[in-house]
Design a protein around this ligand. Structure first.
Ligand code: HEM
Ligand SMILES: *[C@@H]1O[C@H](CO)[C@@H](O)[C@H](O)[C@H]1NC(C)=O
Length: 523
């Protein structure tokens, strides 16, 4: 009997610590639930689907902006199984993406990335060593002091574009695209595309046409949730996604390899040429490196190069489309901008960077172009690499963080009558530029901020200033000589761009044939 009491006592004694551990764990668990801050407010999510059915599929930024009115500057959204946090104000964007960039510099893994052959693009790479190396290589070429050396080339390319626009005004979009890619192709590979139908430019164009539609968090989450879509047999409904993925991969592989081999070949043929291109400079550096690190370095260089090309092509040509649309819809703005240039350059010269400081209205037009229709309305998605608490709200590790650039640009307090094109909002009473520059948000924020923004700015300025100096943009006319009216349509996906619209691009009357002759001789 005594024996069995002893036994029982041993069991109890042995059990006690386990019991206490259980109790404390349970207590902690309950406390955690009670104290854990709640996620930011947001619309009620359906089981499994989350909020995906309430989001405007073509223009999700419109929905996110409506939700700002209902829930505020930081909104929780669930897309199928993925937690998403949408930032709706510049203040919160700065507080999180900039000031806490240690947490918010990751990218969500987009399930469309690898199947569609976009792995090379370091803009979609997580916060990692591969990203760091690619970004460093990129930065060496495109940081502000280094990008200065591209200015004469940018001016030359802009003038080349004017000649193309004068000779073949109907295909203005194609000339914008050639200009946009030619600046970067020169800077990266020392490659000079031909004025029309260049084979490398066409590769870039095809690759983006396939890619931009699918490289959005909204699309990627669908593929992540239904990965079998990539395995459907060819006859099956829905299998086109598989064929698109293959086509996109082939196209991207060529786009990464072809211009790179061109640069390598030029190096091999004549070591002294192409000295200042990003690839040439680094290949030379590579020769001095030890064998072991060469493959990784070469991969990073290829990635950085091809990323620069795709990152400039769509953003830059879309911005020039927006500019052209604005000049057509707001003729008074166009006249004021032309008058400012004429006053500074007279009519027998074209503007150069030396005159930029004397042309504040042109810069105001550029700022308003970037703000009025942001070409990346939701920037690129960030991801939280660890959990965070902001303003009492809990943001879980792995959350996708989207900055609603479009919503910020439509903030009526900062930009009264925000949907109208009004460059004057950036000019103060003394005629000088104000300190409000949309470049603070249209290029993203934090460690992931667009590293191409200095060249982007200079390319856009040279294009816009040269166009205003030489061309008139006006409504196209129908057979009866009446203006053709139209409602602007936009492409959507990751990027946002006016579709081709009827438009009359003609040489300004005061531009005499002498100046055009000089232009032609230059290019
Ligand atoms: C109007 C022109 C442009 C706009 C509006 C623009 C905008 C942006 C935005 C919003 C991002 C994402 C930033 C973030 O994650 O917070 C980005 C990333 C990037 N941009 Fe641009 N960009 C432009 C032109 C260019 C050009 C010309 C280049 C190359 C020469 C370039 C290269 C890049 C690269 C490499 C990234 C990825 C950065 C990273 O993930 O670390 N961009 N850009
Ligand atoms: C285009 O505009 C210019 C002047 O702005 C005009 O002289 C020309 O006739 C117009 N062309 C067409 C086809 O409408």
């Amino acid at each position: 009997m005594a024996h069995s009491i002893d036994d029982r006592l041993t069991v109890v004694l042995a059990g006690l610590p386990i019991f206490f551990i259980l109790i404390t764990t349970l207590r902690r668990f309950i406390e955690n639930i009670r104290n854990r801050p709640s996620p930011p407010p947001g619309p009620v999510a359906l089981p499994l689907l989350g909020n995906i059915l309430s989001i405007n599929a073509k223009e999700p930024w419109l929905t996110y902006t409506e939700w700002r009115a209902a829930y505020g500057d930081l909104v929780s959204v669930r897309l199928l199984g993925q937690e998403v946090v949408v930032i709706n104000s510049l203040h919160v964007a700065q507080a999180l993406l900039d000031k806490r960039s240690r947490i918010y510099s990751d990218r969500p893994y987009l399930a469309t990335r690898d199947p569609f052959g976009w792995t090379f693009n370091f803009a979609f790479t997580g916060y990692s060593d591969v990203w760091r190396l690619s970004r460093r290589l990129f930065h060496q070429t495109f940081r502000p002091d280094s990008a200065l050396k591209f200015r004469p080339m940018q001016i030359r390319r802009a003038r080349e574009m004017i000649v193309n626009l004068i000779d073949d005004p109907q295909h203005y979009h194609s000339h914008f695209a050639t200009f946009s890619s030619s600046v970067t192709l020169s800077a990266v590979y020392d490659y000079e595309p031909s004025a029309r139908d260049d084979s490398v430019v066409r590769l870039v164009e095809n690759s983006l046409e396939l890619g931009l539609a699918v490289m959005t968090p909204e699309k990627a989450i669908t593929l992540k949730t239904f990965p079998f879509l990539l395995k459907l047999p060819d006859w099956c409904w829905g299998s086109s996604i598989k064929r698109d993925a293959q086509a996109s991969t082939n196209c991207n592989n060529e786009m990464v390899e072809v211009p790179f081999r061109y640069a390598q070949q030029r190096m091999a043929d004549d070591l002294l040429r192409g000295q200042s291109s990003m690839v040439a400079e680094n290949l030379r550096r590579l020769e001095k490196q030890d064998e072991a690190s060469k493959p990784m370095f070469e991969t990073a260089l290829k990635r950085a190069g091809a990323t620069a090309i795709v990152a400039s092509y769509e953003t830059m040509s879309s911005t020039l489309m927006v500019f052209t649309l604005a000049m057509l819809l707001y003729p008074d703005v166009q006249k004021r901008a032309q008058a400012e240039i004429d006053l500074v350059t007279g009519s027998d010269r074209l503007p150069t960077f030396e005159e930029r400081a004397s042309l504040p209205y042109i810069d105001a037009v550029l700022r308003e172009t970037l703000r009025w229709q942001p070409v990346l309305p939701l920037g690129l998605p960030h991801a939280a690499s660890s959990a965070d608490i902001y303003d009492g709200y809990f943001i879980p590790q792995g959350a996708t963080v989207i900055c609603n650039t479009w919503g910020i640009s439509r903030d009526d307090k900062r930009y009264p009558d925000a949907s109208s094109f009004i460059p004057e909002r950036f000019i103060d009473v003394n005629g000088a530029l104000t300190s409000d520059d949309p470049a603070q948000f249209v290029f993203g924020l934090g460690r992931r901020i667009c590293p191409g923004r200095y060249t982007a700015d200079a390319s856009l300025w040279s294009a816009i200033a040269t166009m205003l100096a030489t061309l008139d943009i006006s409504s196209a006319k129908d057979d009866q000589g009446k203006d053709i009216n139209f409602t602007p349509q936009f492409t959507t996906g990751l990027s946002y761009r006016p579709m081709i619209f009827p438009c009359n691009i003609s040489t300004r009357s005061h531009i005499h044939s002498g100046l055009i002759g000089v232009l032609r001789a230059e290019v």
